[in-house]
Design a protein around this ligand. Structure first.
Ligand SMILES: NC(=O)c1ccc[n+]([C@@H]2O[C@H](COP(=O)([O-])OP(=O)(O)OC[C@H]3O[C@@H](n4cnc5c(N)ncnc54)[C@H](O)[C@@H]3O)[C@@H](O)[C@H]2O)c1
Length: 272
């Protein structure tokens, strides 16, 4: 693949202030794209802390080191007005949009009897409805550029798990939305695919999903425990990295005759 295959293209990555979204933005920047990051920096979630300004600044600095001048926008993907104004800001700044990566997402585990209705609603608002609001806002620009959408679903969108009904349901929905958009937008020359990440040491796992340990643990010790657990569980012998997910997004964003797929990037932990 031409290392600068995205030269002259513009990508918007939602939830790109840290974690997987930041990794995706870096891979797309290395491929030559101009990058816009949209994130609810400083936003509230009941289970763990969302991205803060320091994390966003660190990501913007890494993107600058990769040779781009990133543009960042405050965005709440659950609000239609916020999606519309983020899109308008990207077009105002860069003049075009070629790739929309719907990566923003939240998780909260909990058995059905313990799960608050508001947490259920919030997961579907971000992980499922967010794809609709953001993609609808981007549609005219993507028609013009003959661009692509990549939705970040999850292996949790391919297999249900006890204690994960809201998250899994919202990610199954993300895959259904991906397939429906792929059919609906094909005639407009817009391809729509999903990546299903496996297990990454981001806030979702380290600050929420990883079971508590008996000992007082530092963040480094937690990260090492996560890594050891995944080394045993994942057939390829390691957890995934934001770079792994970014490479898959780049492949799907540039594959001219692929639309409607949901690609697991999970080291063989799930095979579809
Ligand atoms: N970490 C994993 O193992 C894993 C596995 C499979 C799928 N995923 C998915 O990958 C995506 C990224 O997750 P991550 O692991 O990097 O988690 P993360 O919490 O580090 O990143 C999520 C980002 O989304 C932002 N965000 C949350 N709500 C938002 C909203 N309403 N509007 C805009 N931005 C919002 C947060 O501020 C944060 O920067 C999510 O869709 C997640 O479901 C993660």
């Amino acid at each position: 693949m031409n290392p600068k295959i995205l030269e002259g293209k513009v990508a918007l990555v939602t939830g790109g202030a840290r974690g997987i979204g930041a990794g995706i933005a870096e891979v797309l920047a290395r491929a030559g794209a101009q990058i816009a990051i949209g994130d609810l920096v400083g936003g509230k979630h009941t289970a763990y802390r969302l991205a803060d300004h320091d994390e966003l600044d660190a990501t913007l600095a890494r993107l600058s080191n990769a040779g781009v001048e990133p543009f960042s926008i405050h965005l709440d993907v659950t609000q239609s007005a916020s999606c519309n104004s983020a899109l308008a800001a990207v077009l105002d700044h860069f003049g075009r949009l070629d790739i929309l990566v719907n990566n923003a997402g939240i998780v909260r585990s909990g058995l059905v009897g313990d799960l608050d209705e508001s947490d259920w609603d919030q997961m579907f608002a971000v992980n499922s409805k967010g794809l609709f609001l953001m993609s609808r806002a981007a549609l005219p620009a993507l028609k013009e550029s003959q661009g692509a959408i990549v939705n970040i679903a999850s292996v949790a969108g391919l297999q249900g798990h006890a204690g994960m009904s809201a998250y899994c349901g919202s990610k199954f929905a993300a895959i259904g939305i991906t397939q429906s958009f792929a059919q609906e937008f094909a005639g407009d020359g817009i391809r729509v695919n999903a990546v299903c990440p496996g297990f990454l040491a981001t806030a979702m796992w380290l600050d929420h999903l990883l079971p508590a340990s008996d000992a007082e643990e530092s963040q480094e010790e937690r990260a090492a425990r996560f890594e050891a657990m995944m080394n045993k569980m994942v057939p390829l012998g390691r957890p995934q990295t934001p770079d792994d997910i970014g490479e898959a997004v780049l492949q799907l964003a540039t594959a001219p005759n692929i639309t409607g797929v949901a690609l697991p990037v999970a080291g063989g932990a799930i095979m579809r």
